[in-house]
Ligand binder design. Structure first.
Ligand code: B3K
Ligand code: ZN
Length: 874
């Protein structure tokens, strides 16, 4: 690029000069060249106060402009650069017809119109529509769409777009057409089109008010037997949204299409969701428990967007969390209601603490509402999604469920059909509840993870107990100094027996409003010095410290009435022990641990009243990535060695228990992906994993038996991972061969086969990954393949990726340079582990920076890659 890509800023936002009232599209799909005829009815925006502004439409250099007509007359007087079409003079109200030529079959970026396995499909969020035609491609320009698709009938019998089908017919040369009409105004990012040889399943759903909706899920014929779970999930989500938010579906038809080439999980296009196959296909033989749960969550997420995203959308892309944070909160609550609330919370918090906290501490850190960006695709982040959901959750905690619902009702009613801001959302919550959220708004504008340092004091004579809380927040790229946040701090106090002490109004949990940099909270009439249970349910996305003794943590693991905090106490205890062991390892001291963790784990394994899923979560040691995130300087080798050491110690000490609990949780019942069965499988497979660390033939046999006898992918895959990641070389190769033979036709299972190998901590995994790139199953143009092999190696195999010789870094740089040309979004995602270079020792820092520089110097970079590399090196 001759000039460096420039950032755009929220503060420069201006209303659009022209609006589109109606968009008519005609697609003539063909193998060589696709013709798009767009007819736009446009008007001057009455809210824009510029005098006779020029009309500017977004475009892309992959598109050929064939012709342009204004009010039926050919237009000659316009300017056309790579990304903009400018018409200096237009009337107040006019019709513009634009004909463009595009080549979807050559579109490897998978944005706009492209081909996936022979079918045409689209991805327009955030700025893909401008690769289809010239258009004011911004979310605050909303129009009704009518779309006609013309294609060869034999190759593309199914032609889909948004809304309702209104006309269909036959044309010459074996072609046919279908016209779709979407009565709801929408921004171009919600446009979708699909054309292909697809099969579908269909069911009917009656909404709360009695309207009948047709539900259809489309896939290639071979996958027709994997669609029922998504259908059930969709119906559950529709019912849940009626019950919990009072929101009904609005069109007569709701369609989901599964495609294998997709940059992310799924897309909420109005009435026509397009899904990555990985987020919709599910059946017991090919799909793990985790993947079943992901299907349920993503189907619900995209459905919920129909209100939180489509009916009420974002004014500009800085407001992305308006729809994403809110919708993630909604889908998390849905999954919590469908399954186990505590398990879901533990999983979400684990992701947040490991990956979002790392993002918040790196060079790409940004507020939930970013102030600027170079490429918006880089801001579909854990901060916008997961932290954004935490921010909505905090509002829910501060208001309580009733007032929160009043707030969401007001928000939907006030803004239906509009494109609005996160501030409008908070304002609706404020107006409905009467609560002052002015300080709370800082969660949207300040990046970084706040730290809470808590201490306490107790006066026996008066029964007064005090909690002293200090908050601070580290500097991030957008701001050196931070103002105090409004933090809901949920707490309880435990007496000597582990019972909750009554707090105000006899309640046993209380939400403290922390608003000052330093604040003291006083509790009267506390009969004994309590053990505090802090940040219950992870009531705010912060890092909290309190000087717990090991005994107190063990006490909380046993007694805390808050299930999340029982788990968290175990994590804290294990984390402290492991951090101490890392220091020992680095100092060359012998590794030894006191027995408190073993005893606590033994007690948890022996307690049959506990949810098996929570037992499994409690006994899972904090990940290497989590320990790396917490460390000032991450020593990947030490962390790995210590974690393996501790797993071995636990396996030796608890071997009999693991065997017993393994057996107790085996089941002959047919597979079912319900929460209880998933819980039992997760505990059983955790036991197997511990036993396999003992490297004994009898446990290898146990794993092999499980693999061969399993009637479901969860058990088969867990056994496979254990064998592949163990030191049993022969068994490993045999099982990998068997697995591939068996599943080579199942694309998603082959992805698992790649991932199991890419995440192997054993030496020379990089060599294996390079070999696998040559395997016929690998295709660098398919993002699921790239994620399964390359991203898993770079992001989930710390010891190999961070090999001291820098080979992992050079490998990543090579792949990013290659992908930069093919698919910039995927290239830029792959870079994430490199952005953390400041976390490592000086030698690795030099190697990592060298690799980043190699990418920087490699030639013309996409905006996506340029932004990540330049911010990382800054
Ligand atoms: N809204 C889409 C994400 C689009 C990403 C574009 N790069 C999926 C979702 O969050 O529901
Ligand atoms: Zn979303």
């Amino acid at each position: 690029m001759s000039e460096q890509p420039q950032a755009i800023y929220l503060k420069d936002y201006q209303v659009p000069a022209y609006l589109v009232e109606r968009t008519e599209l005609r697609f003539e799909l063909a193998e060589e060249q696709t013709t798009v005829i767009a007819t736009l009815q446009m008007i001057r925006n009455p809210d824009c106060n510029q005098q006779a502004p020029a009309l500017q439409l977004h475009g892309h250099d992959s598109m050929v402009l064939q012709s342009l007509q204004l009010d039926g007359e050919p237009l000659m007087n316009y300017q056309h650069s790579d990304e903009l079409l400018t018409i200096a003079e237009v009337p107040e109200r006019f019709s513009l017809q634009i004909v463009t030529l595009i080549e979807p079959q050559n579109n490897t970026a998978l944005e706009g119109l492209y081909k996936s396995d022979g079918m045409f499909c689209t991805q327009c969020e955030a700025e893909g529509f401008r690769r289809i035609t010239f258009y004011p491609d911004r979310p605050d320009v909303m129009a009704v769409f009518r779309t006609t698709i013309v294609a060869d009938k034999a190759k593309y019998p199914v032609l889909l777009s948004n809304g309702n089908p209104v006309e269909r017919g036959e044309l010459d040369d074996g072609r046919h057409f279908v016209t779709w009409d979407d009565p709801f105004k929408k921004p171009a990012y919600l446009f979708a089109l699909v054309a292909g040889d697809l099969q579908h399943i269909e069911e009917r759903y009656t909404t709360a008010s009695g309207r009948e909706v047709i539900l259809q899920i489309f896939a290639e014929a071979k996958d027709l037997n994997k669609l029922q779970y998504a259908m059930d999930s969709l119906k559950n989500a529709m019912r849940w949204d009626e019950q919990v938010y009072g929101r009904e579906y609005d069109l007569d038809i709701y369609m989901i299409v599964a495609v294998d080439f997709f940059n992310m999980g799924a897309m909420e296009n109005k009435g026509l969701n397009i899904f990555n196959t990985s987020c919709v296909l599910a059946n017991p033989e090919t799909t793990t428990d985790a993947a079943f749960q992901r299907v349920e969550g993503v189907v619900a997420h995209e459905y919920f967007h129909n209100w939180s995203g489509n009916r009420v959308t974002c004014r500009d892309w800085f407001q992305l969390s308006l729809k994403e944070g809110f919708t993630v909160f909604r889908d998390a609550e849905f999954s919590a209601d469908m399954n186990s609330r505590t398990v879901k919370r533990v999983e979400d918090v684990t992701l947040l603490r490991t990956a979002q906290f790392a993002e918040d501490a790196g060079p790409m850190a940004h507020p939930v509402r970013p102030e600027s960006f170079i490429e918006i695709s880089n801001f579909y982040t854990l901060t916008v999604y997961e932290k954004g959901a935490e921010v909505v959750r905090m509002i829910h905690t501060l208001l309580g469920p009733e007032l929160f619902r009043k707030g969401s009702d007001l928000y939907f009613e006030r803004h239906d059909g509009q494109a609005v801001t996160t501030d409008d959302f908070v304002q609706a919550m404020e107006d409905a509840s009467g609560r002052d959220l002015s300080q709370f708004r800082r969660w949207y504008s300040q990046a970084g993870t706040p730290r809470l340092a808590v201490s306490d004091s107790y006066d026996e004579a008066s029964g007064r107990y005090q909690l002293h809380v200090k908050q601070s927040c580290p500097a991030t790229p957008e701001a050196e100094r931070k103002l105090p946040f409004h933090i809901p701090l949920a707490i309880g106090l435990l007496d000597g027996e582990g019972n909750d002490l009554p707090l105000t109004d006899g309640q046993t949990s209380q939400v403290l409003d922390l608003t000052e940099a330093e604040q003291t909270f006083t509790f009267e009439d506390i009969p004994v010095r309590p053990v505090p249970s802090l940040l219950r349910g992870f009531s705010a996305p912060v890092k909290l410290s309190y000087p717990y003794s090991r005994e107190q943590l063990v006490f909380l693991i046993r007694h805390d009435s808050d299930g999340f905090n029982r788990w968290d106490a175990a994590q804290t205890l294990a984390t402290e022990l492991m951090e101490a062991l890392v220091a020992d390892y680095q100092a060359g001291r012998e590794l030894q641990i006191d027995s408190c963790l073993v005893d606590a784990f033994a007690a948890v394994l022996d307690d049959s009243s506990l949810d098996p899923a929570m037992v499994a979560k409690t006994l899972s040691l904090p990940s290497e990535a989590y320990l790396a995130e917490r460390a000032e300087q991450a020593d990947v080798e030490a962390i790995h060695a210590v974690r393996e050491f501790l797993r071995l110690v636990l396996a030796k000490a608890l071997r009999e228990r693991f065997e017993r609990v393994y057996r107790a949780n085996c089941s002959d019942a047919p597979y079912s992906p319900d929460a209880e069965s998933i819980a039992r499988r997760s505990l059983k497979n955790l036991c197997l994993a511990y036993l396999m660390t003992l490297q004994q033939q009898n446990y290898l046999q146990l794993a092999l038996d499980q693999y061969h006898q399993a009637d479901n992918m969860s058990d088969a895959q867990s056994a496979l991972v254990q064998v592949v990641h163990s030191g049993f070389d022969e068994a490993r190769e045999q099982l990998l061969g068997d697995f591939y033979q068996r599943w080579q036709k199942e694309t998603l299972v082959v992805n698992q086969w790649l991932s199991v190998q890419a995440s192997n901590p054993q030496p020379d995994t990089l060599g294996r990954v390079r070999q696998l790139m040559e395997h016929p199953a690998f295709d660098i143009r398919n993002p699921n393949r790239v994620r399964a092999l390359l991203a898993v190696f770079c992001a989930q195999n710390p010891v190999n990726f961070h090999a001291g010789d820098g080979s992992g870094y050079r490998f990543l740089a090579e792949q990013v340079i290659r992908l930069n040309e093919l698919n910039p979004q995927i290239a830029s995602r792959l870079l994430t582990p490199m952005t953390r270079w400041r976390k490592f020792d000086p030698q690795r820092q030099t190697l990592m920076k060298g690799a980043l520089q190699q990418v920087m110097d490699s030639g013309e970079l996409s905006r996506d890659v340029y932004e990540v590399v330049s911010k990382s090196l800054a």
